[in-house]
Design a protein around this ligand. Structure first.
Ligand SMILES: Nc1ncnc2c1ncn2[C@@H]1O[C@H](COP(=O)(O)OP(=O)(O)OP(=O)(O)O)[C@@H](O)[C@H]1O
Length: 372
């Protein structure tokens, strides 16, 4: 298993960080501070550096500090013996640029997966409670880190669906869009759609047993849990589906079938989780899901992913927290970043860890490290 870590980070003009520098521990980093001080922003910078985008905001311009004209993140990563520099920059009104050792990437997709990462955050419960888009994103984010080809196929598919939708919108029903162009888009969609569906199917089939095992550990094996990938393409040929739905699509002016409508069904005791799980069961379910995602990424990349735990301590009782921390400090996990607004709670937990565990504490105040 290859070891890798974020060693140092400088943030300039990034959200509420004007200009701050960090030197991190290779194992555990605790980011402490009151609400609204910038703990999540720091974790988001790490997310952006590893995965090419923010976990929280959809547009890069929202990452630029209110009083800044640009943001710049400069990170030093270590991969075994090697050290490399990743720089991300974005100025107002310009596309962001990504550089590795001063060479710009042509495609961001070439960077994704170099530093695998999993984030566990309070709004993870949206995965269960909200619409299917977030569940597709969960699958896509894992698979894109596993394989650049997956990300490429996904981007290709999304581009074609956008073009097909634009064509469908270009005429007012009952007028008909150009059938030759429609045929051409549909023909081109088949390959990427098939690649996406096969990869998602395989991913969920492999994730399920790991997830069940982790859930059994966390909940003392009380309930039976399951994950099911749902896609109309598993039952029917995509070309046929497109043909069958063409009239409807022309009428509604959008593409109503395809992998962009797939879902992931979370089950517990043979029922759908969303409808009846307790708050405690939801928490354990999500935590198990994310830890299983970690395991899957680790197996596929043969690297220890970076783990970000954003403010999740309120969600777990003291005993579970202790167990979780002990688990994370073992050899099955790599570098971990934890944010928490309750300094004392984290300090108490840290005191119970074995002396040998390497950790660093950072107290954040208004986007800067507070010096004692
Ligand atoms: N583009 C921006 N420029 C400057 N400040 C920003 C920008 N976007 C967000 N902020 C500020 O960042 C702060 C929020 O930071 P963050 O979410 O990291 O807090 P936190 O320490 O994680 O707090 P909590 O404990 O409440 O989760 C807010 O004060 C907000 O005003």
């Amino acid at each position: 298993m290859r070891s890798q870590q974020l060693k140092a980070l400088r943030l300039q003009g990034f959200k509420n960080y004007r200009d701050s520098q960090f030197e991190f521990s290779p194992k555990l980093n605790c980011i402490l501070g009151q609400n609204g001080m910038g703990k999540t922003n720091l974790l988001d910078a790490i997310h952006l550096l590893c995965l090419g985008k923010s976990n929280f905001v959809s547009r890069d311009r929202y990452l630029i500090g209110f009083e800044a004209d640009f943001f710049r993140l400069q990170a030093q990563f270590e991969r075994g013996e090697e050290s490399e520099e990743i720089v991300v920059k974005a100025a107002k009104g310009k596309r962001k640029t990504f550089e590795r050792n001063r060479l710009p990437y042509e495609r961001l997709a070439d960077h994704v997966g170099r530093y695998p990462l999993v984030i566990i955050a309070p709004d993870d419960n949206k995965l269960i409670l909200e619409g299917s888009e977030l569940r597709r994103r969960f699958m896509d984010l894992s698979l894109s880190q596993e394989s650049p080809n997956y990300l490429h196929q996904l981007m290709q598919y999304n581009k074609l669906i956008k073009q097909r939708n634009a064509l469908l919108k270009s005429v007012d029903y009952p007028a008909q869009p150009d059938p030759i162009l429609l045929d051409s888009y549909e023909q081109q969609l088949l390959g990427p759609a098939q690649a996406i569906v096969s990869a998602r199917k395989k991913f969920i089939a492999e994730l399920q047993p790991v997830f069940q095992q982790v859930y059994a550990q966390l909940s003392k094996g009380q309930e039976e849990v399951s994950l099911r990938y749902s896609s109309s393409l598993l039952e029917q040929d995509f070309a046929e589906l497109l043909r069958e739905n063409r009239r409807k699509d022309i009428q509604f002016q959008r593409s109503t079938v395809g992998p962009h409508k797939d879902d992931l069904v979370f089950g517990m005791k043979g029922q759908t989780l969303k409808q009846f799980a307790s708050q405690g069961q939801l928490k354990s379910y999500l935590l198990a899901l994310k830890l299983a995602q970690y395991q899957a990424l680790k197996d596929s990349s043969q690297k220890l992913p970076i783990l970000l735990l954003d403010d999740i301590f309120d969600k777990l009782d003291a005993q579970r927290l202790g167990q979780l921390l002990e688990l994370l400090m073992g050899p099955a996990f790599g570098q971990v970043f934890i944010s928490d607004a309750h300094e004392n709670r984290l300090l108490e937990l840290l005191q119970k860890l074995p002396k040998a565990v390497d950790f660093k504490l950072f107290l954040i105040e208004n986007g800067a490290i507070k010096e004692d």
